[in-house]
Design a binder for this molecule. Structure first.
Ligand code: ADP
Ligand code: ZN
Ligand code: ZN
Length: 742
């Protein structure tokens, strides 16, 4: 038996894997991640490495392969644990071990740690004065200036000193050599947040909060490590519950990771954690410089950090003794990676927690159907927070049927009711948010007179308009011609919805010329901090109306907003994937929750062409449970996740014919390995975006009752792809339970 070993866990060295023989004395004692000592290089220097894989054969001359010397004694180092996690990810999501390791191991490049230098006078006052006389006598002006400064103040910061007294490094060095002064070095690890500790006001937890906290603590004390789902509307006190749980874990000398979607990772949120845990909190986000990142890792290595807050990638924080992983807003699609391995932070967090004996807490106001399903089946423990901690009222939500507006002769995208409410709020000097739901918009075609949407007869997802007047199903490849008249009512008002935020801004300005309007979308947030600038301008009451895409519904509190208008609520409903209803419900519930965070209860208006759809009805009632029941029925009927598991195989290549042929072969192979009929194979078909960067794309779906059958299929398919040179020019990715519209 042979083991693949990586010697150096820095990023640029990860590609270098070395094979070693496993001596009989170590047989059965090694696993992926085990730290071993091996002879390395010409001098056979004893070097530490990590096992990343095993094999029975070797491509090298077996006589020349060196043997592993021994296993490193002691517990598995954190690097080893992360290597083991990478192996789990490779197994579950496909791709190579190197790709998985690069995702998991944090060190990009060794950055030099900045040092703080302090200059200290070594001479007594008398000796110093004598020396000063000598310098003056010899006309050594710079030395005299430096010494006089130090006699004034014997300990000073190096950088300040050189600037203030205008002396060079050479002058300081010469005084150091004469033992007049000494330079002291200290690591200056930057902390990305300017920390001011606030007095924490002790709060009395509600009964529901206490149930969650006490159950968690009891389990933890009993050595039980579980996954919990905390379902509570915004403002119900979830963050307070996380902090109390973290506090318990930290008191045991363990560390906690808190994942928050980048968009919700605001200054206020981070400051709450600082207020509670002081500067033993660190953050990782995309705005940190490489140096600041490195400093955080160094602080972690030195045990100076207990709580790490960050987006998806913070999951791989190299804590030595991890106790808890919290994932806030667990339903967010940002937790799914778009790069290989296409891991989901929720599943990966649970895997890491199992390996390191930690607990996981998932939190959401609108849990993913997947997480709620698992909570219902007892795989997760469910806690419910049903009331707002500060007792604010929920908004009054009304659904406006846009088909009726058209009948009344109003062809505008703003309904009469919404228009009246906007006028009212402008008069009262209260704020308004208009939200254009473009999420997952993929060219569906509908009738504006009756709301009819053209769907696939086989898959119950909407068809997408492709070029050349075709309507295509992204799941099975079904095709039909673009319609000109609605088959239900005969109206010729059929087509895709095209209005963008820009057009809406123009319209709003024309309708309400006195209103101050801000727009937030990809265009207006391109610049660095563009996002923050718009939000803070709105929050400082510099505008009356904020218009935006889904960016505006997340993570920010605007107490003065008392009206939220959702334009075209259906856009996300008919995007062509099985999660469109879930996404619609989440967005609408969040949008409605925006109105009335302050003292006044607000209004929300949901404009739609399908007012009867359960996702819209339940969002208006803010009824998660009702939505879930309807949705899980649909998923079981259609065999979609979480009831069944779904694997998407994405293929791309520069030659269309070749790609299609290869996709066909892959399907045939999938059918051949399906002799037990555990899999359902669908496709291959072209996704909505058929070509990217001159590469054509095809997609093949495999459904199964159980995840492990899909993993088995993936392993076999990977091997088949590796062995057949015909696949060599194609890019092939595996995506389990895909979350984004292709
Ligand atoms: P969520 O994370 O669910 O949105 P938060 O934890 O942010 O909710 O709580 C909303 C607000 O209510 C915060 O200002 C929080 O400090 C406060 N809060 C939470 N729980 C309580 C409580 N038991 N008593 C008083 N205030 C509370
Ligand atoms: Zn119609
Ligand atoms: Zn179909």
């Amino acid at each position: 038996m042979y083991a693949d070993i990586i010697i150096d866990i820095t990023h640029e060295k990860l590609d270098k894997v070395f094979q070693y023989r496993i001596p009989s004395s170590l047989e059965g004692m090694l696993e992926v991640g085990t730290e071993v000592v091996v002879p390395f290089g010409r001098g056979n220097k004893e070097t530490k490495g990590y096992v990343i894989a095993f094999s029975e054969e070797t491509d090298y001359d077996p006589a020349k392969i060196k043997s592993i010397l021994r296993k490193d004694s002691g517990a598995m180092a954190i690097e080893g644990k992360l290597v083991a996690l990478a192996a789990w990810m490779k197994e579950h999501y496909g791709g190579t071990m190197i790709q998985a390791l690069k995702t998991v191991l944090p060190i990009k490049k060794k950055e030099k740690i900045r040092q703080k230098r302090t200059v200290r006078l070594l001479l007594s006052e008398n000796d110093g004065k004598q020396m000063l006389d000598t310098y003056l006598h010899k006309n050594q002006k710079a030395r005299a200036r430096l010494l006089a400064g130090l006699l004034d103040q014997p300990v000073q910061e190096y950088e300040l000193l050189t600037k203030k007294l205008n002396v060079t490094a050479a002058v300081i060095r010469s005084l150091e050599e004469q033992q007049v002064l000494t330079i002291e070095y200290e690591d200056a690890l930057r902390n990305p947040i300017n920390y001011q500790k606030k007095e924490c006001v002790a709060i009395t937890y509600t009964k529901e909060q206490l149930t969650a906290i006490e159950t968690f603590i009891r389990d933890y004390e009993d050595g039980e490590r579980k996954t919990y789902l905390l379902h509570g509307i915004t403002g119900s006190g979830k963050t307070e519950v996380y902090m109390e749980m973290i506090n318990h874990v930290v008191k045991q000398g363990k560390q906690a990771i808190v994942l928050i979607p980048e968009i919700a990772l605001t200054y206020q949120t981070v400051m709450r954690f600082y207020g509670r845990f002081g500067d033993r909190v660190s953050i990782l986000n995309s705005r940190l410089s490489a140096g600041e990142r490195y400093d955080q890792l160094e602080r972690i290595r030195r045990g100076e950090v207990d709580v790490m807050i960050g987006p998806r990638s913070a999951l791989f924080t190299p804590f030595k003794d991890l106790g808890l992983i919290v994932i806030d807003e667990e339903q967010e699609s940002a937790y799914k990676s778009e790069q290989i391995p296409r891991y989901h932070a929720r599943e990966t967090a649970i895997a890491r927690a199992q390996m390191e004996n930690a607990s996981v807490v998932l939190g959401s106001a609108t849990p993913s159907v997947d997480a709620y399903y698992k909570a219902k089946y007892g795989e997760y423990v469910l806690f419910e927070l049903t009331k707002r901690a500060k007792g604010q009222n929920l908004a009054q939500v009304d659904i406006v049927d846009m088909r009726q507006e058209l009948k009344k002769g109003n062809r505008s995208i703003i309904s009469d009711q919404l228009k009246e409410l906007i006028e009212d709020r402008l008069q009262k000097k209260e704020q308004i948010m208009l939200f254009l739901n473009r999420r997952g918009y993929a060219g569906f075609v509908s009738c504006r007179a009756c709301g009819y949407v053209v769907k696939c007869p086989h898959c119950d997802v909407s068809l997408s308009a492709h070029r050349g007047g075709r309507l295509v199903c992204h799941y099975c490849g079904y095709e039909t011609r673009l319609i000109e008249h609605c088959p239900e009512c005969g109206s010729s008002y059929v087509g895709g919805f095209r209005a963008g935020t820009q057009q809406i801004e123009d319209l709003v300005k024309r309708m309400f010329p006195e209103a101050r309007v801000l727009r937030m979308d990809l265009d207006t947030t391109k610049s660095k901090d563009g996002h923050e600038k718009i939000l803070s301008a709105f929050s400082n009451l510099e505008a009356d109306i904020l218009i935006g895409t889904q960016m505006i519904v997340k993570g920010h509190d605007f107490p003065n907003v008392t009206l939220v208008g959702v334009l075209a609520a259906d856009l996300s409903l008919y995007s062509s994937d099985y999660q469109s209803a879930e996404r619609t419900f989440q967005l609408l519930a969040q949008a409605a929750g925006r109105a009335g965070r302050g003292k006044v209860a607000g209004n929300a208006i949901i404009q739609t062409y399908s007012p009867d759809h359960y996702s819209i009805q339940m969002a208006a009632k803010q009824d998660y449970e009702g939505f879930y029941e309807a949705e899980i029925n649909y998923r079981s009927l259609m065999g979609y996740p979480p009831v069944n598991q779904l694997l998407a195989i994405l293929m791309s290549g520069s030659e269309e014919e070749h790609l299609k042929k290869a996709a066909g072969y892959l399907k045939e192979f999938a059918e051949r390995i399906n002799w037990q009929k555990k899999l359902v194979i669908i496709g291959p078909t072209a996704p909505y975006i058929e070509k990217v960067n001159d590469r054509y794309r095809q997609i093949l779906y495999i459904k199964s009752k159980e995840y492990r059958f899909l993993i088995e299929a993936k392993d076999l398919l990977e091997r088949y792809i590796d062995m057949n040179t015909g696949f060599g020019s194609l890019r092939i990715q595996f995506d389990f339970n895909p979350m984004n519209t292709m």
